[in-house]
Ligand binder design. Sequence first.
Ligand SMILES: NC(=O)c1ccc[n+]([C@@H]2O[C@H](COP(=O)([O-])OP(=O)(O)OC[C@H]3O[C@@H](n4cnc5c(N)ncnc54)[C@H](OP(=O)(O)O)[C@@H]3O)[C@@H](O)[C@H]2O)c1
Length: 381
Amino acid sequence: MSLWWNTTTRFLRRSTLPRDDSAFAVHNPHQTRNDLRCRISSATTGAVMEYTKLGSSDLEVSRICLGTVFRSEMAEEACLAAIDAALDQGVNFLDCANVYRNGYSETIVGKAIRGRRDRFVVSTKVGSQVEGDAASGGLSRVAITKALEASLRRLRTDYVDFYLCHFPDPSVPTEETVRAMDDLVKQGKVRFPGCSNFESWRLYEALLVSERERISPFVCNQVGFSLLDRRVEEELVPFCQQRGVAVTAFAPMAIGLLSGRFRYGQPPPEGTSWHRGPYNYRAAMTPRVDAVIQTVIDVGDARHKTPSQVAMAWCLHQPGIDVVITGADTPERVFENCGAAGWSLSQEEVQQLDEVSDGQRLKIRKDCPDGYRRTGDGTSF
Ligand SMILES: NC(=O)c1ccc[n+]([C@@H]2O[C@H](COP(=O)([O-])OP(=O)(O)OC[C@H]3O[C@@H](n4cnc5c(N)ncnc54)[C@H](OP(=O)(O)O)[C@@H]3O)[C@@H](O)[C@H]2O)c1
């Protein structure tokens, strides 16, 4: 099915039928009618998306996944338009969670996939407490089983492709969680279990249980990763690579800090997540962070790419990072951010970005509920 295979499982495919498909055929002698048929859409941007099989699953996903928190966008029509735009750009992978917008994200995704479920790979998560349901949350068998039923109802589907434990739950034995997830696989409601924010030792514990019991293993771990937060690359990512667990990276732009709109010494632009809170802008925006932002801008200027595209292209380039989850919430941003795929940073550019961001650890503090002017310690920016 793929047009260009490389030595690993990754490959590139045009997301949409280009205007001049005779030229396309010259570059891609192995293409078949079927290859074209499976990706035809109304748009003709000619964007190139990369695909990969996620961990030990047999599911082929776009290396750019659309996250559906929709931080700055509430209107249903706009959210649906963003998902449509992603599909046009070759994105077939949508990520949500039961807690995103307290279920609203899953409801939106449910509307988006209606009548075309097989064109999407959907992941959702369990473990966080849903507002108004004090009994929700955690990774006990009861909590997982109940949460999945609610997610399936909102998503209007009878299965999810990847069901992830959102955060570790130390109060529940790992074996109970792994077995509960496996039961959902056996019932056909979940295709593959996975996790998010799991340390390697905890993931190892889960993998040992599934190995011993010969039940479904966690196939992916969703973790925060960007030029501004490289904590996972030292230990967790190599561990996942060694065990064949896929790594999917959220917050690749550090909630927009790498978009080029934020600079040290300047307040965050109004209307942005960093302006609204609860994120602590003053704690996050340091001269060191600004140096990374400047490099992203410089590399982008030289390559005619936007800072967002450079920041995401760097993530896509990292060994062991299988998928990058973008928080683009408008069709324009989806279009822009998908432009991170299909081209490569040069070795020198990667080195430049690696050096300026070496050892970066951005702990995003959520202690400014009223926005950036309130920093949690009562002072203003
Ligand atoms: N597993 C977990 O614990 C976890 C945690 C967080 C996220 N996630 C998943 O990962 C997804 C992405 O996370 P994220 O939203 O933090 O990712 P992100 O891409 O780092 O940040 C998204 C924000 O960046 C800004 N942005 C995005 N594209 C832009 C562009 N082209 N130009 C200017 N600004 C742009 C917007 O900020 P403004 O809204 O300020 O305009 C947007 O809300 C989520 O939707 C969710 O699916 C998972």
